[in-house]
Design a protein around this ligand. Structure first.
Ligand SMILES: *[C@@H]1O[C@H](CO)[C@@H](O)[C@H](O)[C@H]1NC(C)=O
Ligand SMILES: *[C@@H]1O[C@H](CO)[C@@H](O)[C@H](O)[C@H]1NC(C)=O
Length: 444
């Protein structure tokens, strides 16, 4: 607003000066040298006036910026109040390497033909702490005019780019019903090329047009970004927990984060370096399962939260429909603001994490699934259930209400084969035997 009024002010001054000059010249042509002199003087006066006013406006803008930051911090603190006391005790100096903040972290919104993208864009704009630090790039495929109109209604608040290649892709006969997935893979590749190869950003947060985001969405990605850069065993940060149904997460631990070998997607951060590695071999279809393949993943891990920072409102989607009704709609995003950038997240680095993780999981008492389901031995606050092969993994997952699918041997949210979740108010680890030495990639 202030910037705009400065522009108007300068424009008004400029027009006034022009007008006066015109009147002066047209009414007093007689004495030219005097006229020129007067104009010169007036010009000088106006020039110094403009400079003074501009300096005032710029300083006002500075004050406005500071006040906005204060208001933002204040709002955060207010949201902080309901946060569990334990988080406040965790607030301490991070031991992660500092980087030059603020790093620009664009949000890439993948869009096609859904005018309800408005809901997603409204939330991104509402929660982003800074327009310059988190520019929003909406990449639209499909050429759908009503959706384009919605995106354009945001003016300069979002950058709208459109996928130029809308040609029909040749799809082999038996895959014809998956045509949509071919279009999506082609669009993702193009959009990521714009972000990393045209605009040369360092990293990007990718969301789809049907996602709701949590109030601390940007805080989460800001805080995990240095982690992603400094730990070479990490290749993504995701806002998603595949088993994040309300009954399966600890509502008192919104600050809790994990490592996972399963690539979750659904609101995730990727670095330029990783994209440049993937780009030359980007697949024609099913890009997310392709990422989960050992050839791409190469034993790398993502960070994921206990409580998701995104949820999906799209029932009508390419794959969703039934899956949404059965599963996705029970996954609720976090509503409490966690000041992640003020927490020490170095526990998530591989060298600090693995030993403690294994120790915690395998020191939990072993119980059968029926004992866990019936709530036996309630004094145990963390317990372990063992699976021995693919079949028992599937059977146990189903009984416990977990996602039971495996991609290249990795179950959803799995870390070192272990699925961590809550069941009837206690922590449960669905785990392979302690002798586990790697995923069996034939389990699918
Ligand atoms: C024009 O202006 C000059 C300098 O101010 C002055 O000396 C001269 O008398 C003026 N001539 C006329 C015609 O007004
Ligand atoms: C991997 O799993 C398959 C199918 O369950 C099994 O036949 C095979 O022995 C397993 N391989 C290893 C190395 O455990």
């Amino acid at each position: 607003m202030r910037r705009r009024s400065l522009t108007y002010f300068l424009l008004a001054v400029f027009l006034t000066w022009n007008g006066m000059t015109y009147i002066f010249l047209s009414t007093r042509p007689a004495n030219k040298s005097r006229a020129v002199e007067k104009i010169q003087k007036r010009l000088n006066d106006l020039n110094s006036m403009i400079k003074k006013q501009a300096a005032i406006q710029i300083s006002l803008l500075g004050h406005l910026g500071e006040l906005k930051q204060q208001q933002f911090d204040y709002r955060r603190r207010q949201i902080d109040i309901p946060i569990v006391e334990s988080i406040k005790q965790q607030i301490q100096k991070s031991t992660l390497p500092r980087h030059d903040l603020p790093v620009v972290l664009p949000v890439l919104v993948i869009a096609c033909n859904r005018p309800a993208i408005k809901r997603c864009l409204d939330q991104l704009i509402e929660h982003r702490p800074s327009e310059t630090q988190f520019p929003i790039i909406v990449s639209q495929d499909c050429g759908h005019a009503p959706t384009a109109k919605v995106i354009q209604s945001y003016g300069t608040k979002v950058k709208h780019i459109t996928h130029p290649d809308l040609s029909t892709i040749e799809v082999p006969g038996k895959l014809r019903k998956f045509r949509g997935y071919f279009n999506i893979a082609r669009h993702y590749r193009w959009a990521l090329e714009q972000v990393f190869m045209v605009e040369k950003h360092k990293a990007v947060i990718i969301v789809e047009d049907d996602l709701d985001i949590s109030p601390d969405f940007f805080e989460y990605f800001s805080a995990t970004f240095p982690l992603l850069l400094s730990d070479p065993t990490l290749w993504c940060v995701s806002a998603w927990n595949d088993n994040g149904k309300t009954s399966m997460v600890d509502a008192d631990k919104p600050q809790l984060l994990y490592r996972t070998d399963f690539f979750p997607g659904l609101g995730w951060m990727l670095t330029r370096e990783t994209f440049l590695e993937l780009q030359p071999k980007w697949p024609k279809t099913f890009w997310d399962d392709w990422m989960r393949h050992p050839d791409q993943r190469r034993d790398r891990t993502c960070i994921r939260p206990e409580i998701p920072r995104t949820s999906t409102f799209g029932r009508i989607g390419i794959s969703k429909g039934q899956f949404f009704d059965k599963h996705l709609k029970y996954i609720k995003k976090n509503e409490k603001f966690v000041p992640f950038t003020k927490l020490d997240l170095s526990y998530l680095k591989k060298e600090n994490y693995d030993e403690k993780f294994v120790q915690t999981v395998y020191s939990a008492p072993l119980m059968s699934v029926s004992q866990v389901v019936s709530g036996a031995r309630p004094e145990e606050t963390a317990v372990r259930i063992q699976y021995d092969d693919k079949m028992s993994y599937k059977v146990l997952s189903k009984k416990l209400g977990l996602m039971d699918d495996l991609k290249s041997g990795v179950g959803r949210v799995s870390y070192r084969g272990v699925i961590t979740f809550m069941y009837n108010g206690r922590r449960v680890y669905l785990a392979p035997p302690a002798t586990w030495s790697g995923y069996n990639t034939s389990w699918n």
